[in-house]
Design a binder for this molecule. Structure first.
Ligand SMILES: [Mn+2]
Length: 322
């Protein structure tokens, strides 16, 4: 890999193993409670995600946008809204993400709503299984996304992806990677959680997912939180980050359909990303729930790009104010 080119940026050597990145647009809000996340991929391109990463010497390939069914905007059927269309979208995402991984590239899935992480992380899980690699998933989110058809009041599948990935969901959504659950709940670390339904809370605990909620971050600080969330990674671990933009405090990230007050500040979010970069293990990424219809002059997309730059090793220490 071209680590010398990377070193010449003068930053530390985060994600040295990932010199090649593939942007995969998934323009749909099929699993969302509000329309508009379908415009997320273009907003990220307008915010210059490609050139921003290329500045780090990364070989950026923009794969363009995937296509899938349009959003029929109907009510729930047997506890799910748009299950059939959601399955179709996740299938094309699964195929696209797996193809880029198999070419030795780091997929960045630009959503789209968070239901699409089912396809993306199922592909990552399949890839890790084939390669004999360990997997760690960091789920950065205001919500646990651990609902099921029985627990969910709305039937919006973007509230269910972690449950589906851990095998709690319809077979069409749980078995992209093959029979059985895609991931082990113990491979997941949830960070920034501050809005969880009652039944969902029970299931998260039952399944043994490790959760660092905002109370934990308030009391222990982001540094300690990330040290714990990243503990135990080794050179054989594939680190996947699933970034729901609602992870961030709405004061800095208004462009999202499911804002919850009391999220990480700009500095806390930067520290989170920088500590992930320090591990040099980041191998795949989702950026989801960005809703340009609710944004202000694309500032949430610009912030997302800023944070992704930190994931790739940009430090805040000496950079000019943006
Ligand atoms: Mn989410």
């Amino acid at each position: 890999m071209q680590s010398s080119q990377y070193a010449s940026t003068g930053t530390h050597s985060g994600v040295a193993a990932q010199r090649a990145v593939s942007l995969i647009g998934a323009p749909t809000d099929i699993g969302a409670s509000t329309r508009g996340a379908s415009m997320g991929p273009e907003a990220m391109r307008v915010a210059q995600i490609g050139p921003a990463l290329a500045r780090f010497g990364v070989d950026v390939r923009d794969c363009g946008n995937l296509t899938g069914p349009s959003n029929p905007w109907q009510g729930p059927l047997d506890g799910y809204r748009h299950l059939e269309q959601c399955v179709a979208w996740n299938q094309v995402i699964y195929d696209a993400v797996l193809a880029e991984l198999r070419q030795g590239r780091m997929p960045i899935m630009l959503g789209g709503d968070h239901s699409l992480a089912i396809g993306s992380i199922s592909a990552v899980a399949r890839y890790c299984r084939d390669k004999g690699r360990a997997l760690r998933v960091l789920w950065l989110d205001a919500h646990a996304d651990f609902n099921t058809a029985v627990l969910s009041p709305s039937g919006n599948i973007h509230g269910m992806p972690v449950a589906c990935l851990c095998g709690n969901g319809p077979a069409e959504l749980t078995e992209f990677a093959g029979p059985g659950r895609a991931i082990d709940p113990r491979e997941v670390r949830q960070i920034g959680i501050r809005s969880v339904d009652e039944g969902e809370k029970r299931l998260v605990h039952e399944m043994g997912v490790e959760v660092f909620d905002m109370r934990y971050i308030d009391e222990m600080g982001m540094r300690h939180t990330m040290e714990r969330a990243l503990a135990g990674l080794d050179e054989n671990t594939h680190l996947h980050v699933s970034l729901d933009v609602d992870f961030l405090d709405p004061a800095i990230a208004p462009g999202v359909g499911t804002t919850v007050p009391g999220g990480p500040s700009y500095r806390e979010a930067q520290l989170c990303m920088e500590m992930i970069a320090d591990t040099e293990r980041l191998a795949s990424l989702d950026v989801v729930e960005l809703n340009p219809a609710l944004d202000v002059h694309n500032k949430t997309a610009l912030l997302a790009v800023d944070l992704i730059e930190s994931l790739f090793g940009k430090t805040t220490l000496m950079r000019p104010r943006s």
